[in-house]
Design a protein around this ligand. Structure first.
Ligand code: NAD
Length: 401
């Protein structure tokens, strides 16, 4: 086993499925190891200074189609983190039955160091460095932590120049002017709401119950709005500056207003709580980590009392946290099912880009695909009497083998 917590979580999820299926050592090792891992050095000028940035692209599996996964810009990103995230994408795209394999990329750079010109330079260097390793039929990138539509637009333009292709399908998450689709915005939160609705039904949890959300960014904030629409109360929420809670429920409009005005939710009306402790809030029947990876360790898992944990973030549990929640009998909907709406939205954009006559994607298709993925996981879990993560991995691995 490796020492990177995210890679450990990703590999353990895969291994749980492989053991349940009784796969041979040979098949298991083949599944654990990435099909292709590329490391490039990007020579760029940032703030007028010459820099050499480390970057990785992992195509964990190419079995079901082109690799698919975002590119993250972060000063702490590492090769192991990228491999772990790509492993999760292999399981996620297969569980959602998309014609994709799993991919992920990372550039080791602090985004607050980058202005518009610098971002353009990084995208150009990445496109030149990766060249034909990326493409609509090989590997399709997308936004992730630290990247957004402007980076995808810049990447596609640079990639077209580098490869001589006129396709816009080498990246998703683009702006509408460059072939992006409106549906991609909010797709992760919409899918996560669907995942929560299905879990509630299976576990007989009411829609009036309290929810705690860690993270109030594009996923957490939109999900909070959708869950309040469904009748839930948000009893605790946090961002990188801290958290706020109320057993009777926080005022969502106020949270959004305070976040917009001050950059954080911490000054909204309620009791202060640490950004991590929101997930252990006693009034939360449902806990949603929607911010960081590896945040739920064995100690936090021990203190959590929610009946249902829904992984909106990728790999929010480390292996100790996974094991502790499983031992406590907490239902955990894994990231591969809970945030699959994002990659399904990306698939719909890619499909429209490669088949321009296929018509503007509809929300009903996104919802149906999220439901199919979650249903497959629940049915397998009930039939085989295994936890949801094992069931999701088993369904996915059968489709990857
Ligand atoms: P984002 O950057 O918009 O928001 C992240 C939020 O987390 C922010 O509110 C930030 O303040 C908060 N945060 C950061 N550090 C924190 C800390 N220590 N404690 C509490 N909160 C903290 O990101 P996002 O797009 O909302 O993504 C959130 C998570 O969901 C990430 O793990 C991402 O990989 C995952 N995810 C996102 C998508 C997507 O479509 N955006 C798809 C799949 C998975």
């Amino acid at each position: 086993m490796t020492s990177h917590p995210l890679l450990e979580t990703a590999r353990q999820s895969l291994l749980d499925g492989a053991h349940h299926l009784g796969l041979s050592l040979h098949d298991t090792e083949r599944l654990l190891n990435p099909a292709r891992l590329v490391e490039v050095s990007l020579a760029v000028s940032i703030g007028g200074k010459s820099r050499l940035l480390q970057a990785w692209r992992c195509q964990h599996s190419l079995k079901r189609g082109p690799a698919k996964g975002g590119v993250r810009y972060s000063p702490s990103v590492s090769r192991d983190e990228v491999v772990g995230l790509a492993t999760i994408m292999t399981l996620k795209t297969a569980l959602a039955d998309l014609p994709f394999g799993g991919g992920k990329g990372g550039v080791k750079v602090a985004v607050h160091d980058l202005d518009q010109d610098d971002r353009l330079a990084v995208a150009e260097a990445l496109a030149a460095g990766l060249g034909e390793v990326i493409g609509p039929d090989v590997d399709v990138i997308g936004p992730d932590v630290g990247t957004g539509p402007q980076d995808m637009d810049a990447f596609v333009s640079a990639w077209q120049k580098a490869t001589g292709s006129d396709s816009i399908a080498a990246a998703t998450g683009k702006s509408p002017e460059r072939g992006g689709i409106d549906l991609r915005d909010g797709a992760t939160a919409k899918g996560c709401r669907e995942s929560i609705r299905m879990a509630r039904e299976r576990l007989d949890i009411g829609s009036e119950t309290g929810v705690a959300i860690q993270g109030f960014g594009s996923v957490g904030r939109e999900l909070a709005r959708l869950l309040v629409d469904d009748g839930h109360t948000i009893v605790a929420v946090s961002d990188s500056s801290g958290g706020i809670s109320s057993d009777d429920g926080l005022d969502l409009d106020e949270l959004i207003e305070v976040k917009e005005e001050t950059g954080s939710v911490v000054d909204a009306t309620g009791e202060k709580v640490s950004s991590v402790d929101v997930l252990a809030h006693g009034a939360a029947t449902i806990a949603v980590p929607a911010a960081l990876q590896s945040v739920v360790d064995i100690d936090l898992a021990e203190r959590m009392s929610a009946a249902l944990v829904v992984e909106a973030a990728n790999a929010p549990l480390d292996v100790g946290g996974m094991r502790r929640l499983a031992a406590k009998g907490t239902a955990v909907v894994p990231d591969t099912a809970a945030n699959a709406g994002g990659v399904i939205g990306s698939f719909l954009e890619w499909r429209l880009n490669v088949e321009p006559g296929s018509g503007e994607p509809e929300i009903d298709e996104l919802t149906a695909r999220v439901q199919d993925a979650n249903r497959a996981m629940w049915e397998r879990s009930e039939a085989d009497e295994v936890d949801l993560r094992t069931a999701a991995s088993a369904v996915a691995l059968e489709r990857v083998l």
